[in-house]
Design a protein around this ligand. Structure first.
Ligand code: NAD
Length: 337
């Protein structure tokens, strides 16, 4: 049994707890921690764990921790947990700076513990089917990947999301790497990246809407578009692949209100293939933002010592890619000042 501690009992905690509970044959959630004790107590109650305000008090009782904190806290907490000999599943993005990412990678190597960055999408069953359809080339070689995330944060209290010092940037820094991770996984190393950003409505320092273009060394083109200021999310996440002979489209849509419903929000996920011969639905399921495959992979890596697919190095690579694009955009005035 892996004894688990969860650090950070905010909006996303319920998704992780649901995933760890689905692995209850090999995990036991011992405690949940939050600097705001009422938040820890509210979450602890739902899973029958102990609530603590300071995670350091509980470190000796667990084998692994999941860290769900504002981004500027990731490095210090992860390094402390790794140095204490704990395996770490750390929410994305890994850190705000590359130096912070390096500290975490070094701490994981020194303690010989698993450090995995929580980029869930490549672990989803639907995304694995999508990748197979794209890379097995039964529809011809891949030419372009086009990702779109439509998230509606209008009307919600942004708190630390509104500041560059705590978020790390804007929507492109915080959330577009979900799409970038999948694209790098499918299309390989990047030759060139550029981004543009704007602030449509949200009261935040960084951009609330961003687009990015990538040229991969494989000659594939990648495009991402992402907004947090959507008046109403029409879909949540679409990843399209244009291959020589067909469009392959994966769409994941919340059927309820994702922000209010959390992990109980119902979903619909579809994969469609559109070619000159017509359209075929390859998959139609209720899979949504389900973290179980990601958590299962983390536990497998802890048990076998294997390097996670979304290792510290992968997390660092995504920070570097986003920062490269930010730097170029600021030189030519292509993002918000
Ligand atoms: N994969 C996804 O789709 C996804 C979705 C949402 C959030 N996230 C990530 O999850 C992480 C957390 O996001 P969230 O939406 O739950 O944020 P949140 O603001 O809702 O929760 C953060 C929690 O951390 C607590 N906290 C702050 N400082 C602390 C400290 N020193 N010790 C203990 N607790 C402390 C706060 O009190 C708060 O309860 C972020 O990295 C975010 O990017 C990922």
């Amino acid at each position: 049994m892996h004894r688990i501690g969860l650090i950070g009992c905010g909006w996303f905690a319920a998704f992780h707890l649901k995933a760890f509970q689905s692995q209850s044959h090999r995990t036991n959630i011992v405690w949940v921690a939050d600097a705001v004790m009422e938040s820890a107590q509210r979450v602890a109650h739902t899973v029958g764990a102990r609530a603590i305000a300071d995670y350091r008090e509980g470190l000796s009782e667990v084998d692994a921790v999941v860290i769900l904190l504002p981004h500027h806290l990731h490095r210090d907490v992860a390094v402390e947990c790794l140095r204490a000999g704990k395996h770490v599943l750390l929410e994305k993005p890994m850190s705000i700076t590359l130096a912070e990412a390096d500290d975490m990678i070094a701490a994981a190597e020194a303690s010989r513990r698993t450090l995995m960055i929580a980029y869930p999408h490549r672990y989803r069953r639907s995304m694995q089917t999508f990748k197979q359809l794209v890379t097995h080339e039964q529809h011809g070689p891949l030419v372009m990947l086009d990702g779109f995330m439509d998230e509606s944060l209008q009307g919600y209290s942004l708190g630390w999301l509104s500041k560059r010092s705590t978020l790390g940037g804007g929507v492109y820094f915080s959330s577009s790497p979900h799409m970038l991770d999948v694209m790098l996984w499918i299309a390989g190393p990047v030759r060139h990246v550029s981004m543009v950003g704007t602030r449509g409505r949200l009261p935040m320092e960084g951009e609330d809407t961003a687009a990015c273009v990538i040229k991969f060394e494989s000659d594939v083109i990648g495009v991402t578009r992402h907004t947090w200021m959507s008046p109403k999310s029409t879909i949540w996440y679409t990843m399209r692949a244009m291959c020589r002979d067909a469009w392959i489209t994966l769409t994941t849509t919340p059927v309820g209100d994702l922000i209010k419903d959390g992990p109980t929000c119902p979903w619909r996920t579809r994969i469609e293939v559109l070619s000159a011969e017509g359209s075929t639905t390859v998959l139609d399921s209720d899979e949504g933002l389900d973290l179980e495959p990601e958590v299962a992979h983390f536990l497998d890596c802890v048990e076998t010592g294997a390097t996670p697919q979304t290792s510290g190095q992968v997390g660092r690579q995504l920070i570097e890619l986003v920062q490269t694009a930010y730097r170029q955009a600021s030189q030519v005035g292509a993002n918000v000042p």
